[in-house]
Design a binder for this molecule. Structure first.
Ligand code: CA
Length: 233
């Protein structure tokens, strides 16, 4: 089954290079040059992944991502950012992006990321040791709908948040190093800073910890990583 990748990039030579290489790898690639066109394509046809440039004419890549997420769209989004500022990268994740690549990037690196995203998606779509409706510590999450409930009411998770929670659920009680988590959820060796992980941990705490500032489930193990310990009841 061909996967469709939507490339949102206003620099034609970059867009063409991406399209050509992705097609050579067997993907279907659609190119658009601005945010409105991206939303139009996204709403009309199923897309398996969006490569989303941040600096676009008109609407920014962040705004496109926000809009898609606000419509409950859960397609994986990989930001292509010219900015190397860490805060900008974090913003990309906060608005619901799954990952980012800083320009200039190598096509090899991009293809690795794309493959990794699809590989992790396949893992995530398979029901393994953890049931699709997973109860823990008084909270619940449905790994198919990404909907659930935490101590403060209904929660709606992003795909990445769900993947991270599922990974933790599969490793309950174990100390999980940040790079293991990165590899497990993102599917490649640690290139993004471990702050990426820390950022997602904060989000999980916000969703599910009775007191996010004083976590009892998503624990930091100093110098080692994290440990997920759902209370018995
Ligand atoms: Ca651009």
């Amino acid at each position: 089954m061909d996967r469709t990748i939507l490339i949102v990039e206003d620099e034609a030579h970059i867009a063409e290079g991406l399209q050509l290489n992705l097609e050579m790898e067997g993907y279907r690639a659609i190119v658009v040059g601005d945010g409105n066109a991206a939303l139009e394509v996204y709403r009309m046809s199923p897309v398996d992944l969006i490569l989303l440039d941040v600096m676009l004419p008109g609407m920014s890549g962040y705004d496109v991502c926000r809009q898609i997420r606000s419509e409950a769209g859960r397609v994986p989004i990989l930001f292509l950012t010219a900015r190397s500022d860490e805060d900008d990268r974090i913003l990309g994740l906060e608005v619901g992006g799954d990952d980012y690549l800083t320009k200039p990037f190598s096509l090899k690196e991009l293809l690795l990321r794309v493959k990794a995203i699809f590989r992790r998606q396949a893992w995530f779509a398979t029901t393994g040791r953890v049931p699709d409706e997973y109860h823990f510590g008084g909270s619940v999450i449905n790994f198919k709908t990404f909907e659930g409930a935490g101590p403060r009411g209904p929660v709606s998770l992003t795909r990445k948040e769900c993947m991270m929670l599922k990974f933790f659920a599969e490793h309950t009680g174990e100390v999980v190093a940040r790079d293991v988590l990165l590899d497990g959820v993102w599917g490649y060796d640690a290139y993004p800073t471990t702050r990426t992980i820390d950022n997602f941990i904060l989000r999980l705490r916000k969703h599910f910890e009775p007191n996010p500032a004083n976590p009892i489930m998503f624990l930091t193990v100093f110098g080692a990583g994290y440990k997920f310990i759902p209370p018995e009841k």
